[in-house]
Design a protein around this ligand. Structure first.
Ligand code: NAG
Ligand code: NAG
Ligand code: NAG
Ligand code: NAG
Ligand code: NAG
Ligand code: NAG
Ligand code: NAG
Ligand code: NAG
Ligand code: NAG
Ligand code: NAG
Ligand code: NAG
Length: 814
């Protein structure tokens, strides 16, 4: 193994290792600086119940035929082959399970990530998770992943390391929030499930990640001294049972019900026990309570034990080998907590063969269920060249790299990406300047407007160039990226416009702007701002990068129609929002490769904006709760603790519980037309049967007790487009539990939404199905979902704070 490759691996590992803030470099906002182990608080949070043995898979819920094929295959395997089935090896993909040619098994190729196939050429760069979440469009959530899944398949990847949810957005500062969807469990659950359906309908295994309570980047991995002694254990996320169920586990129930093939366990500890060896999390919640029939794979290097992790529910170790001695002399016997240790543990009687067989059956059942044993495309050799983990072809043993290289799998996905990104753009301010009315003098400002000039598109935090995705394993390799400036030039040419561009933020901020443009004030000043975020670090500020605030201020002081467009990972401070000359603000997040085209479609009114915020924009970064925990001035090995004491109060549930005024609330977004919503009606689905507080005990299926997914009530509203242009909006339903619900219940929580498109004057009806789980709370005593007695309040409207109609119903009498 040449040392260059080892160095490459070491570099990646250090990227993945915990980052330590330097004392004195305190970021703004609500960071917790020292949060050492506190025995008082630990009394409430410090313990994960043991849950053994690991539940065996049954194939329940539709995989009955596939599991038979998997069992037949397992019966043919030697012990040596079994060990390789559960342990990743170096190879052409980001994660690799060796092929077994003797049995016609092609092996498994696992590839990043949630916004595109990261390590391949001629693939599409899709809108990020937070972007598509802003569409609030269930069909688009599905279509995006269906297209992406087709690309994974065509490139020979059986397993997509997607979709991501975790971080969910407990902290606005978390560096990976953009890979996922929303801090709201209900919205995230639907986006998660739709993404899984999309990928798997394309024949690719979906991996729901990162499980669980993976809410920050810093301190996420343990740290060792150079001599190998442990210096710090990874951060422990300590959350109570109700918060786990109602907030963080909730979307995983949707994912398992959607038959996600794999779940990736996370780097962090939960209640003191590592995510990949926490038996309560893996055996108890995931496999028993939610009836998960697929396999648990570790995040990269997140396995910290062998048999102990296996007994706790881990089924596959990724990447399977570890540093510093990743490659032994024999070339294929890499050091691993799994690997040869699995063989040994079976031989010495520590591990039961039945559990090892269960692990492999879990891994192979989705493979057969998705028909991956038939005509699956070979791995595109270009992936091997682009693999950031291992680049040496010596290690691609037995992988079929014979297919044509650099296959173009993009199809018509560029059109879909353009449409999705435009539909996901959130307009939070418009004083009438938009849509643009064929302006003839346009000034474009900001280093986010133009070409990337310093390296591969969007791979780092470059000063110049439009930003269309974030960094780390969720990044994309763009084949092209349409910039806002080139799209504006192309679109405005039909109006014969004069377009001037000023892309150096420093220069503009230090200039007298009136001397820059020529010869007179532009009709519109378009300011493009960006905010970089990446795996491996959390954000130190919610301000936009490169003096974004100063840039807007400078332009708006002399330009009476200043339109601000942001390309960022999520929540930002928008101190210029009230500036009278900032007459429109568009939040476009990370839109993917068609960025410029999709924003121009919205600016010029070819697309009527209909995106809604999937989170809250506060007045100030210091208004948010759920701080990132950092390790400054702490030395104890077990000191990295994060207490989720806010319970269910994340994002709008926190702001609502404390009546904190916000700049733009959860669910908010404007349109070029107006809508009216009337006629809220709620009725029980079954008027004959009395509703019981507890669900009927039925056999667990993927997703848990099927009774939880039964629709008990339906609500309906009628919408009408009262404006002049066709457009779409999102009807939203929020529920307030009766007073009998336990303390800590959210003031209101999203429990239904639907997007509807209407022509001027047209009416349409939206129906919300309220399932048992939607109107229950998790009862920590009886360990089940209960419907509280008394009166529910149902609110419908256009955002969490723009409520149009209210109604009540009682499911269970006092
Ligand atoms: C531990 O937590 C309790 C309860 O929040 C608090 O009162 C106490 O001051 C904390 N102790 C330390 C040493 O931080
Ligand atoms: C973590 O500890 C709390 C308090 O004991 C408990 O309510 C919760 O269920 C635990 N979570 C897990 C996943 O063990
Ligand atoms: C493998 O595939 C070949 C060709 O399709 C077939 O002849 C052979 O029987 C298969 N072997 C097994 C073990 O399935
Ligand atoms: C390893 O290094 C740490 C920090 O220098 C030291 O405290 C510890 O005693 C060392 N352990 C061994 C086994 O040498
Ligand atoms: C087995 O696991 C241990 C850690 O528990 C590790 O030190 C050892 O190298 C592993 N053995 C092999 C052959 O990978
Ligand atoms: C059996 O093998 C496993 C894996 O190498 C090891 O952890 C364990 O200590 C061994 N047990 C005995 C009794 O030798
Ligand atoms: C941007 O403008 C600043 C200030 O005028 C200047 O120092 C810097 O060199 C410029 N950057 C580029 C890449 O031209
Ligand atoms: C900027 O330049 C204009 C035109 O030359 C001038 O009228 C104005 O006073 C200058 N503003 C400042 C703040 O220097
Ligand atoms: C708005 O822009 C105009 C230039 O058209 C300028 O005169 C005015 O001072 C600006 N308003 C503010 C509040 O900066
Ligand atoms: C935000 O809050 C911090 C701390 O309360 C304060 O120092 C800062 O001035 C605020 N910023 C704005 C723009 O209001
Ligand atoms: C928030 O406002 C509501 C309605 O005005 C009031 O009932 C409630 O007590 C307030 N909550 C807090 C925490 O101030």
């Amino acid at each position: 193994m040449p040392s260059s490759s080892l160095l490459y691996l070491a570099g990646l590992l250090s990227l993945a290792a915990a980052q330590v803030y330097v004392p004195g470099s305190r970021p703004e906002g609500s960071f917790t600086w020292v949060q050492p182990r506190n025995t008082t608080v630990l009394g409430q949070y410090g313990h994960s119940e043991p849950f053994y043995p690991s539940p065996r898979t049954t194939g329940a819920g539709g995989w009955e035929n596939a599991i038979e094929k998997a069992r037949e295959f397992v019966a043919e395997l030697t012990l040596e082959e079994k060990r390789y089935m559960v342990t990743g090896q170096p190879g052409p993909c980001v994660g690799n399970i060796y092929p077994i040619p003797r049995l016609n098994f092609s092996g498994l190729c696992l590839q990043d990530g949630p916004a595109s196939l990261r390590t391949a050429d001629y693939v599409s760069a899709f809108p990020a998770g937070v972007t598509i979440a802003s569409s609030w469009d269930k069909q688009m959530m599905y279509d995006r992943s269906l297209s992406m899944g087709r690309e994974f398949r065509a490139k020979g990847a059986q397993v997509a390391l997607a979709p991501a949810l975790g971080p969910m957005g407990r902290s606005a500062y978390s560096g990976r929030n953009w890979e996922g969807f929303s801090p709201d469990a209900y919205l995230s659950g639907i986006a998660f499930a739709q993404s899984i359906h999309g990928l798997q309908d394309a024949g690719v295994q979906a991996t729901a990640k990162h499980y669980l309570l993976n809410e920050q980047e810093v301190l996420r991995n343990p740290v060792r001294y150079p001599n190998g002694t442990l210096q710090f254990e990874a951060i422990s996320s300590n959350a109570d049972d109700r918060t786990v169920h109602e907030n963080y586990l909730w979307p995983y129930a949707n994912a398992i019900r959607a038959k996600a093939s794999a779940v990736m366990c996370s780097y962090n500890r939960v209640n003191g026990s590592y995510g990949c060896q926490n038996s309560k999390l893996l055996n108890g919640l995931l496999k028993e309570e939610l009836g998960f029939q697929g396999y648990v794979m570790s995040d990269w290097f997140a396995t910290h034990s062998g048999v102990a992790s296996i007994e706790a529910g881990l089924d596959m170790d990724m990447p399977g080998y570890f540093l510093p001695r990743a490659f032994s002399d024999s070339g294929d016997d890499y050091l691993s907590f799994f690997g040869a240790n699995v063989t040994q543990a079976i031989n010495n009687g520590t591990l039961e063969m039945d559990r090892l067989d269960d692990m492999i059956t879990r891994i192979l059942t989705p493979y057969y269920a998705l028909g991956q044993d038939e005509d699956f495309p070979t791995i595109d050799p270009s992936s091997a060249k682009l693999n950031t983990f291992v680049r040496e072809s010596d290690y691609f043993r037995d992988f079929n790299l014979i297919g044509p290289s650099s296959r173009d799998v993009r199809d018509n996905h560029g059109e879909i990406i353009r449409k999705h990104a435009a539909a996901s753009t959130v307009m939070v301010k418009n004083e009438g300047i938009l849509p643009l009315k064929a302006p003839k003098r346009i000034a474009v400002f900001g280093n986010d407007a133009g070409e990337v000039t310093e390296g591969p598109l969007n791979q780092q935090k470059f000063e110049f160039g439009t930003l269309a995705v974030g960094g780390g394993s969720g990044a994309s390799l763009f084949t092209y990226l349409i910039t806002p400036l080139e799209a504006i030039k192309a679109r405005s040419r039909q109006d014969g416009a004069l377009v001037q561009a000023f892309l150096n933020n420093t220069q503009v901020v230090n200039s007298n702007v009136t001397n820059l443009w020529n010869p007179q004030e532009p009709e519109v000043c378009l300011v493009f701002l960006k905010g970089w975020a990446s795996e491996g670090s959390d954000r130190l500020t919610l301000d936009l990068d490169w003096q974004g605030n100063e840039l807007v201020e400078k332009v708006a002081n002399v330009c009476s129609d200043t339109v601000v467009v942001t390309h960022s990972s999520g929540v930002n401070n928008l101190p210029f929002a009230q500036h009278p000359n900032v007459t429109a603000i568009l939040i476009a997040h990370y839109p993917g490769q068609e960025s410029g085209n999709s924003i121009v479609d919205v600016l010029y009114g070819d697309v009527n904006p209909s995106g809604k915020l999937p989170y809250t924009i506060a007045h100030n970064g210091s208004d948010y709760n759920g701080p990132i925990t950092t390790d400054v001035e702490t030395t104890g090995v077990d000191d990295w603790q994060s207490y989720f004491t806010e319970g269910l109060e994340t994002d709008y549930k926190y702001f609502d519980a404390h009546n904190i005024s916000v700049l733009y609330e959860f669910g908010f977004g404007l349109s070029y037309t107006t809508f009216e919503m009337t006629g809220l009606e709620i009725s029980p689905v079954d008027t004959d049967t009395e509703i019981t507080p507890a669900p009927e005990k039925r056999e667990v299926q993927p997703g848990g007790n099927p009774a939880l997914w039964e629709t008990l009530y339906t609500a309906r509203v009628t919408l009408r487009n009262t404006g002049d242009v066709r457009g779409a909006t999102v009807a939203q339903l929020y529920i307030t539990l009766p007073d009998s619900a336990p303390e800590g219940s959210p003031v209101r929580q999203l429990r239904g939404f639907d997007k509807i498109e209407l022509s001027p004057g047209q009416r349409g009806t939206v129906q919300f199905d309220l399932m048992r789980r939607d109107i229950s709370y998790w009862d920590v005593v009886s360990q089940q979902w209960l419907i509280p007695s008394g009166e529910f309040t149902v609110r419908v409207g256009f955002s969490s704070r723009d409520i149009v109609e209210v109604a009540t119903f009682t499911a269970v009498e006092n």
